[in-house]
Every structure is written in C-alpha cells, then in structure tokens.
Design a protein around this ligand. Sequence first.
Ligand SMILES: Nc1nc2c(ncn2[C@@H]2O[C@H](COP(=O)(O)OP(=O)(O)OP(=O)(O)O)[C@@H](O)[C@H]2O)c(=O)[nH]1
Ligand SMILES: [Mg+2]
Length: 341
Amino acid sequence: MGAPPGPSCPVTAEAADLAQRIVDGDRRALARSITLVESTRPDQRARAAELLDAVLPATGRAVRVGISGTPGAGKSTFIDELGSRLTAAGHRVAVLAVDPSSRRSGGSIMGDKTRMARLARDPAAFVRPSPSGGTLGGVARRTREAALLCEAAGFDVVVVETVGVGQSETAVAEMVDCFVLLAAPAGGDELQGIKRGIMELADVIVVNKADGDLLPAARRTAADHRHAVHMLRPRYPGWTVPVLLASALEGTGVDEVWQAIRRFEEHLRAEGLLDALRAEQAVAWMWSEMREHLLDAFRRDEKVAARLEEVEAAVRAGRLSPTTAAHELLAAHGLAGAPEV
Ligand SMILES: Nc1nc2c(ncn2[C@@H]2O[C@H](COP(=O)(O)OP(=O)(O)OP(=O)(O)O)[C@@H](O)[C@H]2O)c(=O)[nH]1
Ligand SMILES: [Mg+2]
C-alpha cells in the first residue's frame, strides 16, 4: 500500500465518511461538522483537523466575500437581499459571522434571525451565526474552518459578516477574496470616524441606505469615500476601489455590487493574483495557528510558569528590560538563542 499523494497524514475512516456526507450535501452532517470545528476540546480538535484534511480537496471553488461595516449599517439586510438574488440565480450561498465581541444590543449578527429571514428559510442557503465567546484568533479560526466545510458542501458563494470595529475586519480580510466595506450615509464629520485601516482593506465600498430621505446624504457619503479612496495607495495594481450606492431595503444597486465583486475576482484571476492571495492566506493561517499553540504550550511549561509572575512583576516595575525578561523566560524553557542583532 503506497502512501496517498498529497496530504502526508492519511485520514481516518470516520473523517472520510463524514467528509463524504458533507460533499454529498447532507446538511445535518455539515451542521454537525461545524459544531465539531467549534469545539475546543482537544480530542474534538483532533477529529476536526482530520475532517478538514479530508474535505480539503473539495474546497477552493467558492467565491469568498467579506462584508464589514459599522453596527447597523445594514450588513445583514444587505446579505439577505444579495443572497436571495444569488440563490434565485442558481447559486448556493453560505453565510458565516465573525463576532468576538459580546455586543448583544442592537441585534446580534444573526441571533436576530429576522435580519436574514429569507436566507434562513432558503434551501439553497446556509446561515450560521458566530458562536459566542473566545478570542478573536479562536473565532477567526473556527470561521475559516466552517467556510472550508461549506465550500466542500458545494456552496459556491461564502459570505462572512463582521462588524467593522476593532480587529475582526482584519481577520476577515485575511480569509476572503473580496472585502466589501458597507457604509451607512453619514455627515461629512462622521466620515472621519471611518478608520483609515478599514478603508485600506476594502476592495469594494458600498454606501447602503441610499433610499428615501437618506438618498442625498448617501450620495455625499459616496463622494467623500471616492475622494478618500483616491488618497490611498491601491492595494492591487490596476484595481480602483469602486464606491457604489445601494439600498438593501429596496433592492436597488445590489446586483451592481455583485457585478463589482465578480469583476474584482476576474481582475485578480487575470493577474494571477487570486491563487497567490489564497496561498499567502493559507500560510498566514498556519502561522497564526502556530503562534496560538506555541504560546499556549510555552505558558503551560512548568519552568516558565514558575517564573512568569516574578519576571512580569520585574518588567512592570522597570527593574528588568522586556528584552532581557523575554530571554530569561525563553532560557527557562530551554529555548534561549543568541539575541537578535
Ligand atoms: N432605509 C434603509 N434602512 C436599512 C437598509 N438596510 C438596512 N436598514 C435598516 O438598518 C437597521 C440595521 O440593519 P442590519 O441589517 O441589522 O444592520 P447590520 O449592519 O447587520 O447590524 P449589526 O449586525 O447589528 O451590526 C435595520 O433597522 C434595517 O432595517 C436600507 O437599505 N435602507
Ligand atoms: Mg448584522
């Protein structure tokens, strides 16, 4: 028996069986598998890792879209509208959420199902709220893994919703092909509040709520964003970030946003950048896993644990430089190397 080509670790029969059911479109198997990747129990983590290896060959064929924006900008309403149009056109749409905050006022991302009422009932869609709790790194990992499972299940559009406050938008930008910033109409002063950081991540900008009384403000906001976009260094050569108007409520401009997402994907593909982007994201994901595991193992090391408090206190009191302290802890672990020059 020769080793299978590709992954170095052959998957167990259990993982292969579950993977097959996911690929066959068994929704309960998919839901159960996502619960498995969300588990933090070490034995479950091992099973989840095997399952992910087993589904990997069936992934990579979906369009991966991130949608971020300030609370209440209309992200869920927009995704419901866009997703319903896509399923009507024959697509299969999965929606996942990244929400590490405990913000539960003003409607959670999807706990309040009414915001995605149509998609939640749509047999061609799959809506999965973010499990509450955990570090951003943990939530991001689970979302990435859930996205892969959805791709394996044949969803050809995977949308990740996140609130654009804090770091979660960066985590989402690192797991999608196209990052959409959804803004609400605002006065000129308020635009300043949009962090430069999130503008720099955007591949497509949408000013939502361009309807009724809000239309003039939406137009002004779009003009302000266009101006801001021109001040930024382009993330990809040859791609100017489009700033579009839409109304998730009335359904206007939604098709145009989808066309912009497709044009962006085509642009990346034509330049050979899509595979490169995904390859970089996969490697970055590996390193973020490494960081979490190494730090965890390091902190749990008995010799480190014995000295941690004392060394931290010395750093806090200014008796020990952070650099020397780090080296002392590394040495306690037996990891001391020559300091960097
Ligand atoms: N006028 C108008 N209102 C909208 C539009 N889209 C959403 N809304 C309203 O804005 C409010 C917030 O919508 P959500 O879709 O929950 O916004 P969200 O960005 O997902 O909110 P969070 O997930 O809580 O950050 C709701 O009252 C929506 O009805 C729109 O296009 N026009
Ligand atoms: Mg929402």
